[in-house]
Ligand binder design. Structure first.
Ligand code: F6P
Length: 551
């Protein structure tokens, strides 16, 4: 068969998305009794339902044709083979090696042509992390005051905070070995909230930073180091410090003992790093065995991603659904709605994972992209979301595709609450699809005794257009293994989108300019500083800040 060029595949897809009625979903169900059967998939103990989107057979064929034309599966294999698929940073992308079984044989191809044994390094770090975690939990490693460590605080930001924070919140339970806390924001009000809950004599401090130069993390690390030192002295303070970083020189300069540094490599991207040493707070807080279960879940999804055919490959199907919405229908917002409070940080994690990876406007070759790329990702757990932004999803001017995540069995005993939660999640997706037409609204208001005049006045406000797309991920339970699976599912979705859109999903140059400008503004905020050369707005704001600070 002659391979289709990406442009031809795009044209075919866009033409299908412009067909009259291409956004209708209800009629797809009425025309095809088997639609749910055809458009849901089960793999890795989860069910992915795409039937509540406007993707029909022709659109799915066109989407799969696009995946073939853009070489998604070949790119996947290149990533797994340790090729330097992060081309603007000239690095391999090997977060899959972090959750592979010992001796898995992942290789990282270096820029100088050499090959590193990625798995050997991962295995050695994992062994060291396990020894440390178990020794802390057994009370063999104790604090400077001779007490057992009861709390662990992770100081990091972005990928060095969001992933571990999200996973700890999802996995931690009453019987877990330590209390994990997360300090990210440069705003010291964050520390002020955490500090009163901590006893320095029982607190282990993890400084999580791939580069060990991130300004916010280093500022917070200095504050917390000072807090430890005040009570424990310099030597005592050092016994409480741990660094999770690739920058061994900087960790030593900061005063972290070398046997308390857990490293990783540049082929682990920040937003993909929770499986690496960056995940130590998860292991300490939730237990080593659960950390391993989390990794095993991600591995199960890796195996699925690496082996399932395109038409049944869950990460690819999710990515293609996003292409349909963003590029086909021009819908560039996307809501993440986990109906499980343990997943309350999941939308924030996906926000970084997706927006830092896919918020790009040039191709891997440096040309302007021809299509829209990463959508705006936002979300909240259900049912909270229903009482904040769901109004807009139901009746706003533009549809916003939403991912519902529903868990069949909770790990609490309150069956009534759980039924309420599930009924609401199912109902929201049903309401988005079904809508509510004029006849139905009129009949309901008339039956409720409204006057004819009131009925007509209120009618437009009470109509729901329906045909609003959503996808549902249904899981039997949320345990560490399942969490690993769903996080890896979205990681691979992001990878597929990077290939489909031909952007480097592993760099983040867009965060640099603001960091640089803040460095030059910093001295202007000192008492002896002066307002420098800025646009009039920034200069005016700095001037007023200085005035209100009495400078
Ligand atoms: O600001 C962007 C970023 O580089 C993220 O990609 C990263 O996760 C975060 O900062 C933290 O970086 P580091 O782990 O080096 O402190």
């Amino acid at each position: 068969m002659t391979p289709v060029a990406p442009d031809a595949a795009w044209n075919r897809l866009l033409a299908l998305a412009q067909r009259p009625g291409a956004t209708a979903i209800r009629s797809l169900f009425s025309r095809d009794a088997a639609r749910f059967e055809k458009f849901h998939w089960q793999a890795c103990d989860m069910l992915l339902d795409l039937s509540k989107t406007a993707i029909d057979d022709a659109a799915m064929q066109a989407l799969l044709g696009l995946a073939e034309a853009t070489g998604v599966m070949a790119a996947r294999d290149a990533m797994a083979a340790g090729e330097r698929v992060n081309n603007t940073e000239d690095r391999a992308v090997l977060h899959m090696a972090l959750r592979a079984p010992p001796g898995a044989g992942f290789k990282a191809r270096r820029a100088d042509g050499g090959v590193d044994d990625a798995s050997a390094d991962v295995d050695a770090t994992m062994a060291a992390m396990e020894r440390f975690t178990r020794a802390v939990h057994a009370g063999e490693i104790r604090s400077a005051t001779g007490e057992t460590f009861t709390d662990v605080i992770n100081i990091g930001i972005g990928g060095s905070d969001l992933g571990p924070f999200m996973a700890s919140r999802a996995m931690w339970h009453e019987g877990s070995p330590m209390r994990p806390l997360y300090l990210a924001n440069a705003d010291a009000h964050n520390w002020e909230l955490i500090r009163p809950r901590l006893n320095p004599g029982r607190t282990l401090v993890l400084i999580a930073s791939k580069t060990f130069t991130t300004a916010e993390t280093m500022a917070n690390a200095r504050v917390v180091r000072g807090w430890l030192e005040q009570t424990l002295g310099t030597e005592g303070m050092r016994q409480h410090l741990v660094a999770l970083s690739t920058n061994h020189k900087a960790t030593a300069e900061f005063g972290v003992p070398s046997d308390r540094v857990f490293g990783f490599h540049d082929w682990v991207g920040g937003r993909f790093s929770l499986w690496s040493a960056i995940g130590l707070s998860i292991a300490l807080g939730c237990g080593w065995d659960d950390f391993i279960r989390l990794l095993a879940g991600a591995r199960a999804m890796d195996e699925h991603f690496l082996s399932a055919p395109p038409a049944a490959n869950l990460p690819l199907l999710l990515a293609l659904t996003t292409v349909w919405h963003v590029n086909g229908l021009g819908l560039d917002n996307h809501a993440i709605l986990p109906y499980d409070h343990r997943l309350s940080r999941f939308p924030a994690h996906l926000q970084q994972l997706e927006m830092e990876s896919l918020g790009k406007r040039v191709t891997k070759g440096g040309l302007p992209v021809k299509h829209l790329t990463g959508p705006v990702i936002f979300g909240e757990p259900g049912t909270n979301a229903q009482h904040s932004f769901m109004q807009l999803l139901h009746q706003g001017t533009t549809p916003v595709p939403a991912d519902f995540v529903l868990i069949a069995n909770p790990s609490h005993p309150y069956a009534g609450n759980h039924r309420l939660l599930l009924a609401n999640g199912l109902a929201q997706a049903e309401a988005l699809l079904r809508g509510r037409g004029e006849d139905e609204v009129r009949a309901e208001m008339t039956a409720a005794g409204k006057s004819a005049e009131d009925v007509e006045r209120l009618l437009p406000h009470r109509v729901f257009p329906g045909d609003r797309p959503s996808t549902t991920l249904l899981l039997p339970r949320l345990d560490p293994q399942m969490l690993g699976q769903i996080v890896a599912l979205y990681e691979h979705k992001v990878f597929c989108l990077g290939v489909l859109w031909d952007v480097d999903a592993f760099d983040q140059w867009g965060v640099e300019l603001g960091k640089q400008l803040s460095t030059s503004i910093l001295p202007e905020l000192l008492p002896e500083g002066r307002v420098g050369a800025h646009d009039p707005s920034t200069a005016g704001l700095i001037g007023q800040l200085r005035a209100w600070q009495g400078l």
